[in-house]
Design a protein around this ligand. Structure first.
Ligand SMILES: [Zn+2]
Length: 252
C-alpha cells in the first residue's frame, strides 16, 4: 500500500480512509488468529497496538499467538489507582472550569441545553470537550507509556489534543492531533502494510523477545502507593493547568 500523502490536500479524508482500512485489516486478523473478546467482538485495540508497536512481523505473529491470553492479568490495584486518579481529576477540572464562569456539564450536552464545556469519563480517560475540540486526558499510573496506544487514540480522534498525565512521574505532556497528522498517516500506513503481510502469510520467525510481562505479585506495594498518592497530590495542579491552558487556546 502506497500513501502519497504529500499530494493529498485533505488529510482528514486520508486519515478517515486509513482508519477504515486498518479496521478491516484488524477484522481479518481477528478471524485468522481467533482474537475475540468474551462478547465475541474482535479485539481490535490489541491487534492494532501490535501492528503499530512492532516493526518486525515475527514479533507481531508472536503477539497474536502467544500473548493473547495474558491481557486480563493486571493487578486490580492498578485499575483502582487509575480510577481514583480519574475521579479526582474530574472533580478538579469541574472546579477549575466553574471558577472561570464557564458553563460545565458532566454528560453529553445535547439534551441539557448549551454547555461551554462538557466533561465525560470514558472507561480509561477523561474527555473535555470545548468548542467541538476534544481534549483527552490519558492517566498513566505506572512508568510504562505506549506511543502505539496514543497514536491509536489519535487515529480515532485526529483533531483531539491528548494530555498524558504520568501520575507517579509527576509529568504532563500533550500531543496535538493537528500537528501530528503527517506522522499519523505514515505510522498507520505502515501498520496496515504489516497487517496485510501477515494476512498474506509473509512471516519469518524471529529471535526477538517481545517483552512478555508475566503476572507478578507486587512486592513493594506500600512504596508504590505512597509514591502514587504523593505524585497525585503534587501533579494534579499541573495537569489541571495544562487542560485550562489548552481550553483557552481552543477557545481563542
Ligand atoms: Zn521480531
Amino acid at each position: 500500500m502506497q500513501v502519497a500523502f504529500t499530494m493529498l490536500e485533505n488529510k482528514d479524508e486520508l486519515i478517515e480512509n486509513l482508519r477504515t482500512y486498518l479496521d478491516e485489516v484488524c477484522d481479518r486478523l481477528a478471524a485468522k488468529f481467533s482474537l475475540f473478546d468474551c462478547f465475541g467482538r474482535p479485539r481490535k485495540a490489541f491487534i492494532a497496538d501490535a501492528l503499530f508497536r512492532f516493526g518486525c512481523l515475527g514479533c507481531i505473529w508472536k503477539t497474536f499467538t502467544q500473548l493473547r491470553m495474558l491481557r486480563n492479568e493486571v493487578d486490580c490495584i492498578y485499575m483502582e489507582m487509575h480510577s481514583l486518579a480519574l475521579n479526582i481529576l474530574s472533580g478538579a477540572l469541574m472546579q477549575m472550569l466553574n471558577g472561570r464562569n464557564l458553563n460545565v456539564s458532566c454528560e453529553e450536552a445535547d439534551n441539557f441545553g448549551r454547555s461551554d464545556v462538557v466533561i465525560r469519563r470514558t472507561g480509561f480517560q477523561a474527555v473535555v470537550e470545548a468548542d467541538g475540540v476534544n481534549i483527552i486526558v490519558e492517566v498513566k499510573t505506572g512508568k510504562s507509556i505506549s506511543f502505539a496506544q496514543l497514536f491509536r487514540y489519535l487515529l480515532q480522534h485526529p483533531n483531539a489534543i491528548l494530555v498524558v498525565w504520568r501520575v507517579a512521574m509527576r509529568q504532563v505532556f500533550t500531543l496535538s492531533g493537528e500537528k501530528l497528522k503527517n506522522l499519523l498517516c505514515i505510522y498507520t500506513a505502515s501498520a496496515i502494510n504489516r497487517g496485510l503481510s501477515i494476512l498474506n502469510g509473509d512471516v519469518a520467525a524471529c529471535q526477538h523477545s517481545i517483552g512478555v510481562e508475566l503476572y507478578r505479585r507486587i512486592e513493594n506495594l506500600q512504596l508504590i502507593l505512597e509514591n502514587f498518592f504523593q505524585g497525585l497530590t503534587e501533579s494534579l495542579p499541573m495537569v489541571v493547568a495544562v487542560v485550562a491552558k489548552t481550553i483557552e487556546e481552543v477557545k481563542r
